[in-house]
Design a protein around this ligand. Structure first.
Ligand SMILES: [Zn+2]
Ligand SMILES: [Zn+2]
Length: 151
């Protein structure tokens, strides 16, 4: 199941569509947790050796398993207001649970999930304004004229 989130810059006209959730492709690939192809695929999505080391460590524990509930989600940097899309999942074992801790690609501060499916989060998004990658002003807001369905 997928959804989309579109943003536009009020100053320079920059636009971007983010495709969120889990496409059918992912649902299929993640059905077998011991699959080497799946691990490679996850590694590409995560793009962090440190996170993958933790994932592999927990998967090697007793009853280690991967839980991809949300797939691609929006994240925000609380330091510099950069908006980003990252792949969310959980790895669980009997005594451990881990979710990826992504870092901002601009300032390396931790990213926080921005739950754009949540109406309250969505409505506060526009008053806050996010950093535009083009003009670097905090004038990036949701483009509400666009609703794209994908899957
Ligand atoms: Zn940042
Ligand atoms: Zn801009």
């Amino acid at each position: 199941m997928g959804s989309s989130f579109s943003v536009e810059c009020k100053e320079c006209g920059y636009q971007k569509d983010y495709y969120l959730g889990i496409g059918m492709l992912y649902g299929c690939l993640f059905s077998d947790r011991n699959d080497a192809a799946m691990m490679n695929f996850l590694s590409e999505l995560v793009d962090s050796k440190e996170i993958m080391r933790k994932v592999e460590h927990i998967l090697s524990m007793q009853n280690g398993c991967l839980d991809v509930r949300n797939g691609h989600m929006m994240y925000e940097c609380t330091q510099c207001r950069t908006l980003d899309k990252r792949f969310h999942f959980l790895v669980k074992a009997d005594s451990h649970e881990y979710e990826p801790e992504y870092l901002c690609s601009h300032c390396l501060a931790p990213l926080k999930i921005l739950d754009v499916e949540n109406a309250a989060v969505r409505s506060s998004f526009n008053s806050k304004g996010f950093s535009c990658p083009e003009c670097l002003r905090c004038t990036l807001v949701e483009d509400q004229s666009k609703i794209i369905c994908w899957d």
